[in-house]
Design a protein around this ligand. Structure first.
Ligand code: AMP
Length: 117
């Protein structure tokens, strides 16, 4: 899939759309979801232009690791490390992906259902 540099997350990375940022390092940026589905709902996005998980390659290994480590650290900061939380990466249509820049959802602060709908 082609990367859309006019997408919302591309604009967020360029500073063209404001967010409530909660974490940043050289590989990832994390900010609050604008339409939260749980008391804690953070999006962690890579700084690389990768539209879906299908475009991940071996060159992204460190970045992928940083996405999960960032989520773990944010969970602790938000006070949900002990109560529990969920990480989700929706991929393409059946996965429910709406924005084509990879993003990891960190959700917590309430009991999650399983299996998801
Ligand atoms: P997905 O359905 O996995 O592609 O998730 C896209 C997510 O991006 C949704 O949870 C939206 O609420 C969220 N979102 C859309 N626009 C913004 C924005 N400007 N700032 C923060 N989150 C956003």
């Amino acid at each position: 899939m082609e990367y859309d540099s006019n997408g919302i997350f591309a604009k967020i990375l360029r500073g063209e759309i404001p967010t409530n940022s909660v974490y940043e390092n050289e590989n990832v940026l994390a900010f609050e979801d604008i339409n939260p589905k749980a008391p804690v709902h953070i999006l962690i996005i890579p700084k690389a232009d990768v539209p879906t998980v299908n475009e991940f390659g071996p060159e992204h290994k460190e970045m992928i690791g940083d996405m999960i480590l960032a989520a773990k650290e944010i969970a602790a900061e938000k006070g949900i490390a002990e109560s529990g939380y969920r990480m989700v990466i929706n991929t393409l249509d059946d996965g429910g992906q709406e924005l084509y820049h990879v993003h990891l959802h960190l959700l917590g602060g309430r009991r999650m259902k399983w299996p998801p709908g």
